[in-house]
Design a protein around this ligand. Sequence first.
Ligand code: FMN
Length: 189
Amino acid sequence: MTLRILAFAGSLSSASWNRKLLDEALRFAPETFSVTSIHLKDYPLPLYDADLEKETGLPEPAIQLRALMKEHHGLLIASPEYNGGMTGVLKNTLDWMSRKHGTERGLDPFMYKPAAVISASPGPYGGARSLQATVFLLHRLGCVVLPDTLSVPNCETAFNGAGQLTGKNEKALRRVMETLARITLKLNG
Ligand SMILES: Cc1cc2nc3c(=O)[nH]c(=O)nc-3n(C[C@H](O)[C@H](O)[C@H](O)COP(=O)(O)O)c2cc1C
């Protein structure tokens, strides 16, 4: 059985540091895992609107994302920090994805799914507050959120010339991926 991880960053920026962090994390994914790395820009969603949902149901990108999530055994999310919280695009995406669709229950794509959260910021705290908010939200949605995390502060200088993390950041990121692999295997083996 191939274990599948769905990975995305909560940023629409083409120069996203969290995207770089996510790409770096994927370097440490075990070969036995199949990782699908997506860009939220490819799943454009309107702001959640109960009237819109009532009139036309879930937008097509939300239906696609829900289906994709259901096909995967685990989640890896890089969560940028805006004003001490997660980005609007990440919160909005997760809100749409938590809505009931057809015969499916709202939280079906999330329930008991292992999830790892990482973050990077040019600031001194590495987006740790956004990470905490995302951990809390994923827990609320029913995910099994890993205790292992990584927040990379001063990210503009944290990656070397080859775009790789070094030292304790690299070690922590490896640990996040090892734990994600181990827990995903345990829950699905
Ligand atoms: C509206 C806004 C608010 C921000 N607030 C914070 C913040 O509270 N803490 C922080 O560390 N960085 C903050 N930043 C800086 C972001 O961490 C920085 O833009 C980062 O590159 C965003 O992640 P990304 O590169 O993956 O898109 C903020 C940026 C924006 C645009």
